[in-house]
Design a protein around this ligand. Structure first.
Ligand SMILES: [Zn+2]
Length: 259
C-alpha cells in the first residue's frame, strides 16, 4: 500500500495531487567515516529519521508538511584522504538546492526547510544568494542543536561521539558495532589560541585531528539516551513546522513582544 501523505518517497501522485502542501522538509546529510563503530550513512539515517518523526507529528497536528528524500552527500573537503568519504562542494550543493527550491516554487509550495545533519554543511550563505531569485521561503536548521544536548548526554561530542552514537543505537542498532570496537574519539585541538577557542575559524584536516575519525567519546552512549533526545528534537522541530506552515512569508516580522 502507498504510504503516508507526508512522506514523499512512499506516497503516490493520487494523494499528492489532492493535497495542498505548505512546507517541504529536505534532510541533507553526508557520506563519511564515523569512528570505527558507526556506518558511513550515519548522518543520512539520522536526518531521515528526524525528518520523518518531526514531519509526522506536524502533520498529525494539522500542518500540511512533506518530507523529501534526503540528499546523502555533504561537504567533506577535509576528509578526502579517508577512503570512500564522498565530498560534495558547497557550490554543487548550492546548485542542487536551487534546483529543488525552483521545482517547489513552480508547484506552489511556499516554504522549504533544510534539515541539516552534517557539521561540514552550512546552507546559510547559499540561502542568502538564492532567496532573492526564488519565491520559496527557505530556512535551515541543524537537527542536533535544536535542543540543548547537555541535559541529555555527559559529553555530546562533535562527530560519532556520545550524541550520535546514542541516536544510532535508537534508530538503527543493527548498524552499530559493539562499543568495545569504537575508538575514543580523541581529537587534537589547534595550537593557535584563537582557533582553539573558536573565535577564529578554519576547517580541520580530519586525519591530522583524530586517529579513529571520531571527535567525541562514544563510550557512554545508550539507546535510551538517544530515544529521549530524539523525542525532544522531533517534538521541537514539529512545533516549528506547525508554526511555519501557518506563517505568511510576506508578513513574517513583528516588533519585539513584551512576554
Ligand atoms: Zn555524523
Amino acid at each position: 500500500m502507498p504510504g503516508e501523505p507526508w512522506l514523499l518517497s512512499e506516497v503516490t501522485w493520487k494523494t499528492v495531487r489532492a493535497t495542498e502542501y505548505e512546507v517541504a522538509v529536505l534532510p541533507w546529510g553526508a557520506t563519511e567515516a564515523h569512528n570505527f563503530h558507526l556506518p558511513y550513512g550515519t548522518d543520512n539515517h539520522e536526518g531521515a529519521y528526524v525528518g520523518r518523526e518531526a514531519t509526522r507529528r506536524a502533520w498529525d497536528a494539522g500542518a500540511r508538511v512533506v518530507v523529501l528524500p534526503e540528499i546523502s552527500y555533504g561537504v567533506n573537503t577535509g576528509q578526502l584522504d579517508i577512503r570512500l568519504c564522498i565530498n560534495m562542494n558547497p557550490s554543487t550543493q548550492a546548485a542542487v538546492l536551487a534546483d529543488v527550491a525552483h521545482s517547489l516554487e513552480g508547484q506552489g509550495i511556499r516554504k522549504l526547510v533544510i534539515l541539516n545533519g552534517h557539521g561540514g554543511n552550512d546552507f546559510r550563505q547559499m540561502i542568502r544568494e538564492l532567496q532573492p531569485t526564488c519565491g520559496v521561503f527557505i530556512c535551515t536548521i541543524n537537527w542536533w542543536n535544536c535542543v540543548d544536548p547537555k541535559s541529555y548526554f555527559d559529553e555530546p561530542g562533535d562527530h560519532a561521539g556520545e550524541l550520535e552514537t546514542s541516536a544510532m543505537l535508537h534508530i538503527r542498532p543493527d548498524l552499530v558495532l559493539p562499543l568495545s570496537e569504537a575508538g575514543d574519539g580523541m581529537a587534537r585541538t589547534f595550537k593557535v589560541a584563537a582557533l582553539r577557542e573558536g573565535w577564529a575559524w578554519a576547517p580541520r584536516e580530519w586525519l591530522r585531528v583524530t586517529d579513529d575519525t571520531g571527535v567525541g567519546n562514544p563510550h557512554a552512549a545508550t539507546a535510551e539516551k538517544g530515544a529521549r533526545f530524539l523525542e525532544a528534537v522531533a517534538e521541537k522541530i514539529a512545533g516549528f513546522l506547525v508554526e511555519l506552515a501557518a506563517a505568511d512569508p510576506g508578513d513574517i516580522y513583528q516588533l519585539p513582544t513584551t512576554d
